[in-house]
Ligand binder design. Sequence first.
Ligand SMILES: Cc1cc2nc3c(=O)[nH]c(=O)nc-3n(C[C@H](O)[C@H](O)[C@H](O)COP(=O)(O)O)c2cc1C
Length: 207
Amino acid sequence: MELTQAHRDALTEILRWRRDVRHFLPDPVPEDALGRLRAAMDLAPSVGNARPWRVLQVQTPALRRDVIANFEAANAQAGAVYDDAKRNRYHALKLAGLREAPVHLAIFTERAPKAGHGLGRQTMPEMLDYSTVTAIHTLWLAARAENLGVGWVSILDPAGIATLLDVPPDWALTGYLCLGKAAEDDDTPLLHRQDWQENSQTDWRVI
Ligand SMILES: Cc1cc2nc3c(=O)[nH]c(=O)nc-3n(C[C@H](O)[C@H](O)[C@H](O)COP(=O)(O)O)c2cc1C
């Protein structure tokens, strides 16, 4: 299939307006949109076509409460590494929309899947985790095309989340995502707008 300038323009807009979202509206995400996001993940690349990502949609209120508690403990600890001034700035940032987001997705990587027969991961087993990341990014872009926002929450104790969600021992947490309608729309990262970390250009050299 030969793609056109219209496709490129549409992709550029999706890339440009994709944000990490921490402020969500409580509106539910329609099931058909969730189905399309799942289908988008099916299109993601993976090492050896192993497709090691495993998605748990966490709906049970008690589990979500425990995930929030896990985040709050990890976030309090994360702030402790900074000096006073920076710690205050850190804690002023909103780094997860776990309370408001209508959908929580815990995304794990199965560390020894039969699928793929080991192809491509003998010298770099971390390729399995990278494969899951490609699926997450595919979901992220597909969500933006549905006018939905994704927030990646990494300030968590992964072993605690795995225990809480009772996953098999060879599943490792890759990302915990909040999904829903964004309360605000911007083409610039929030951390840039809040003066925590400005954007920079990709370091790309020809050698
Ligand atoms: C692997 C990964 C983990 C992240 N974890 C967090 C997180 O725990 N909390 C948070 O607020 N943002 C998190 N982010 C979002 C980044 O802060 C965000 O992508 C970056 O500031 C650029 O903003 P943008 O995504 O809006 O372009 C994460 C992003 C990635 C790719």
